[in-house]
Design a protein around this ligand. Structure first.
Ligand code: M6R
Length: 613
């Protein structure tokens, strides 16, 4: 959702802000703006544009029309008020004394707006952000205090989730930041300080970052960063080193981030495996998880959203078969409002690439209140979910920019396999030989994924034949159903083609009536034990006129008797087939989107990180 950047240093801020915003485009937005304080006149130059960042780029000549070394920028994903130039950030107080940007939602903005109106303020936009900026201005003037005092007074009055970056005309060369339940990172470089919704805008300058906590405040100047608590007292925050490099947020010759990230999967999986497997032995102590502790858990709850939820669906099959642990899985937005009955001797697992998804974070908090152990499977270091869970099992996918997740999803699967193996080991359900075999199979996955990617032109050809489809159905049983769910989501989110995934056995209970002559049905059949059952379902849709694409393991050649187009994936352990069978489906979604001329990396209406519920 919205993206924030800030820079104060010796260089011209405008071009740096524009470049920083381009690194946050993936979060989703519909307008953008920057504010730069002119070093000589002290005036703020605020420029905004509706639509793509390119519009702002043209308007500001790449940021060069603004003059000054201190500024903030924003990409807005409209919530309060339409996507217009007026509603775009930055917003400012009536006398342009206070200028700021905001990510998140202020729940009580109406009540605050009324209060400010009574105090003589007027409003030019429909946004909650303008209310916050004017509230800061109000307290700044009322108490004649410092920016820190004014912001702190505001923080205790506003409710909701937010991150803020604010400048004051009377405080040149200073940017103030604060957050609650929304991401904001501060970076410190040689002679410059930066802030961002994540680290990607600052990787060109520094890898030294500070993760501020809820209701903490930061002051950024060219010479350093200072942090404060809600009382206005200075506090220490430990700097952390980010191990992502600047290249990780560039396309590096690929046409789209999504294709780059599909190709990065083998490396990302290897790095994730290497984090937990040393000299052939796997050990989750890096995540603080000991086998003795695992033994005590009688069940697992997995909660997540979107693709991360689909990882959970696949993992349920793996945990129950391999580790004999009952698993309950739910979508975070449902879980948090259904008064779940949770048993004490359980482990709660939340899966999230960004670590900032509002519903997943709320679900985690709800479970923590019930004193149940929590484990986060997260990609972004220092994110809210990573900081609040009892245990963190990081994925090592590196920054994921395309809205449609690929490499983070693949790494989440790896962590869930490893966790399941750890449960099986802790419960004495698996021998050392069996574990060795599984580890070898895990390390074979990157090479097998490369093989599948090597055949991508065939999938591109198939995608070009079906890019005008009205509907695409995915069917499968067990793990293959979980693969279908993800394949279907990939397809619909970037190709805008209606798509559904069904447990193959469910078809006869209603859905089969939708199958017509030429309807594309993609069947996934990688589970040997379920293969024949799925083939029977394939035959049923085939005889209703469906056009069949099949994904199965190498060697299952008799599928060619039934389906029209087959993609064979290399054989692996039954538990790990999701990691291979998903790759052709990622490629298919990508190529359909490309053939339809759509914005593959930034599909309409979607945001990479959903920080509002
Ligand atoms: O950051 P998270 O993993 O918590 O995000 C969850 C979903 O929003 C995400 O997986 C979404 O479904 C993807 N865009 C799908 O490709």
């Amino acid at each position: 959702m919205c993206g924030i950047v800030g820079y104060v240093g010796s260089e011209q801020a405008g071009p740096i802000l524009l470049d920083g915003l381009s690194k946050l485009e993936y979060r989703g937005y519909d307008s953008a703006g920057i504010a730069v304080r002119n070093d000589e006149t002290g005036e703020f130059q605020i420029v905004k544009a509706k639509g793509r960042l390119h519009e702002l780029y043209i308007k500001t000549d790449g940021g060069r029309t603004t003059k000054g070394t201190c500024g903030i920028g924003h990409t807005r994903w409209a919530t309060h008020g339409e996507a217009t130039e007026i509603n775009a950030h930055p917003h400012y107080s009536d006398d342009k004394n206070v200028v700021g940007v905001h990510n998140g939602i202020i729940e009580n903005y109406q009540e605050l707006k009324e209060k400010l109106t009574r105090k003589g303020y007027s409003f030019y936009s429909e946004t909650d952000t303008e209310v916050v900026i004017k509230l800061i201005d109000y307290y700044y003037k009322k108490y004649l205090g410092t920016p820190v005092d004014a912001i702190n007074h505001t923080l205790v009055r506003i409710r909701g989730a937010y991150s803020l970056a604010v400048m004051f005309k009377e405080y040149p060369g200073e940017i103030y930041v604060a957050r609650k339940d929304a991401p904001l990172v501060v970076g410190r470089a040689d002679g410059a300080s930066l802030c961002g919704s994540d680290v990607s805008p600052m990787l060109k300058f520094t890898r030294t970052v500070y993760y501020i906590d809820d209701l903490q405040l930061g002051k950024l100047t060219k010479d350093g960063v200072t942090f404060y608590n809600l009382d206005g007292d200075e506090i220490e925050i430990e700097p952390k080193t980010v191990n992502w490099d600047a290249e990780a947020v560039e396309k590096c010759g690929f046409e789209h981030f999504m294709m780059k990230e599909i190709h990065e999967q083998p490396k990302a999986i290897t790095e994730t495996l290497n984090a937990y497997i040393k000299d052939g032995v796997f050990d989750l102590s890096a995540a603080g998880i000991e086998d003795d502790k695992l033994k005590t858990y009688q069940r697992i709850y997995i909660v997540a959203c979107g693709s991360a939820y689909h990882v959970g669906v696949a993992a349920k099959y793996v945990f129950e078969k391999m580790a004999h642990v009952p698993v309950e899985i739910d979508i975070a937005s449902e879980f948090r409002y259904r008064d779940p009955i949770l048993m004490k001797d359980s482990l709660f697992v939340v899966i999230s690439q960004s670590g900032e998804t509002a519903d997943s974070l709320a679900a985690l908090r709800l479970v923590k209140e019930k004193n149940i152990d929590t484990l986060a499977v997260v990609n972004v270091t220092g994110s809210s979910i990573a900081r609040e869970a009892d245990y963190v099992m990081y994925t090592y996918a590196g920054p994921e920019i395309a809205v449609a997740t690929t490499k983070a999803y693949s790494c989440q699967l790896i962590n869930m396999y490893l966790l399941s193996m750890a449960f099986a080991r802790a419960k004495g359900l698996t021998s050392a030989d069996e574990l060795d075999k599984l580890i070898k199979a895990l390390y074979a996955l990157p090479g097998q994924i490369n093989e599948i990617i090597g055949d991508k032109e065939r999938i591109q050809w198939f995608a070009s034949q079906f890019s005008t489809s009205q509907d695409i159905f995915f069917i499968g049983r067990g793990i293959d159903y979980a693969i279908g769910l993800e394949g279907s989501l990939k397809t619909k989110e970037i190709s805008y083609i209606h798509s559904e995934a069904y447990a193959a056995g469910e078809l006869k209970h209603g859905t089969i009536s939708l199958i017509d002559k030429g309807t594309l049905v993609i069947s996934v059949a990688t589970q040997d034990a379920l293969y024949e059952k799925t083939v029977s379902n394939i035959v049923e849709v085939k005889s209703r006129g469906a056009y069949l694409m099949g994904i199965t393991n190498s060697g299952n050649y008799n599928i060619e008797n039934t389906v029209d187009f087959v993609v064979y994936v290399p054989r692996t352990e039954q538990y790990f087939t999701t990691s291979l069978a998903i790759v052709p489906l990622q490629l298919l979604a990508y190529y359909i989107s490309l053939a339809r001329g759509l914005d593959v990396d930034k599909p309409r209406n979607l945001a990479k990180s959903v920080t509002v519920e």
